[in-house]
Design a protein around this ligand. Structure first.
Ligand SMILES: [Zn+2]
Length: 295
């Protein structure tokens, strides 16, 4: 962190000389939303992906490369979530957003990822080699990420550090209040079991005290085989789960097939901001997710 602090001085000069608002490019909508909470009108912010896109796989378009060239800070989930496209994108980024610089923030570098594989064999095609990267569905990690974003914004734009700190304090207090309500509201979900398509919701299930017996993907990123789906059907018939839960961008086919075989409900959760029309920020994301599970 010492190196980062030293580098930040030079970096801050770059921003201030341009006399422009810092431009934050988030990899995913959840970090765009969180950066907006902390930066408010003092920053410009955009996201490389939207709520109907699988963040593991996107095509890097020229318009996105152009955004990366202008970015002063990137905020991404990390843990290889964006390994298929972020390295290519970063080749178009300035010095300030490269690894080790204050403008390069991967949240997973600072939190404890769950589901780290015991044995890593990339030949198996597992796309979670560093553990589960879908960290934004743990509300405690959101608090950690908010503090990290505040600290990076203050490094690159020190003139507005006091405002970023105030915004962080306000966000923390609103988030902690909402968190208390979610814990009470979600009480009936505790101990209930679901099956997921991809391991997109593991942090959420851990937070809610829910269990998951299997997922439709045999390994993260590997489309389900007929043999594995038959195993899933057997598990559902033996111990019926509350539902099969999916993200808006997950393929329909395997979920529908399992639902037809077993009568299990399929619930599409918003996963991130823009995952459904009602989800416009992190608060409504958690509100609606818990409501959908309770319904
Ligand atoms: Zn994943």
């Amino acid at each position: 962190m010492k190196i980062i602090t030293a580098l930040a001085f030079i970096f801050a000069l770059t921003i201030n000389s341009a006399n422009a608002k810092p431009f934050v490019l988030a990899c995913e909508p959840e970090w765009q939303s969180l950066a907006s909470e902390i930066g408010g009108s003092l920053i410009k912010v955009d996201s490389a992906t939207h709520g109907q896109q699988n963040p593991h796989f996107i095509r890097v378009k020229p318009s996105l490369m152009s955004k990366m060239r202008r970015a002063d800070l990137i905020v991404c989930s990390g843990a290889d979530l964006e390994v298929g496209w972020l390295p290519l994108l970063l080749r178009n980024g300035g010095k300030g957003v490269q690894a080790g610089q204050p403008g390069h923030l991967l949240i997973s570098d600072y939190v404890t990822n769950i589901e780290i594989p015991d044995v890593l064999d990339r030949s198996l095609g597992d796309i979670h080699p560093q553990g589960n990267p879908h960290v934004h569905l743990d509300p405690q990690i959101i608090l950690q990420a908010a503090a990290l974003i505040e600290s990076r914004l203050s490094l690159i734009d020190p003139d507005n550090a006091a405002s970023y700190k105030n915004n962080l304090t306000s966000f923390n207090s609103r988030w902690n209040a909402a968190l208390g309500n979610w814990i009470i509201a979600a009480e009936p979900l505790k101990g209930k079991s679901v099956i997921t398509y991809h391991k997109s919701f593991s942090y959420l299930l851990k937070f809610l005290g829910m269990n998951t017996s299997t997922s439709l993907e045999e390994r993260p990123g590997i489309p389900p085989s007929a043999r594995h789906l038959a195993t899933v059907v057997a598990i559902i018939e033996k111990t019926p789960p509350l539902a099969v839960i999916t993200a808006p961008y997950d393929p329909d086919g395997p979920n529908k097939w399992v639902a037809e075989k077993t009568d299990v409900r399929v619930i599409t959760l918003p996963y991130t901001i823009g995952g459904s029309s009602e989800v416009t920020d992190l608060f409504t994301l958690y509100d609606q997710t818990i409501q959908l599970l309770l319904n």
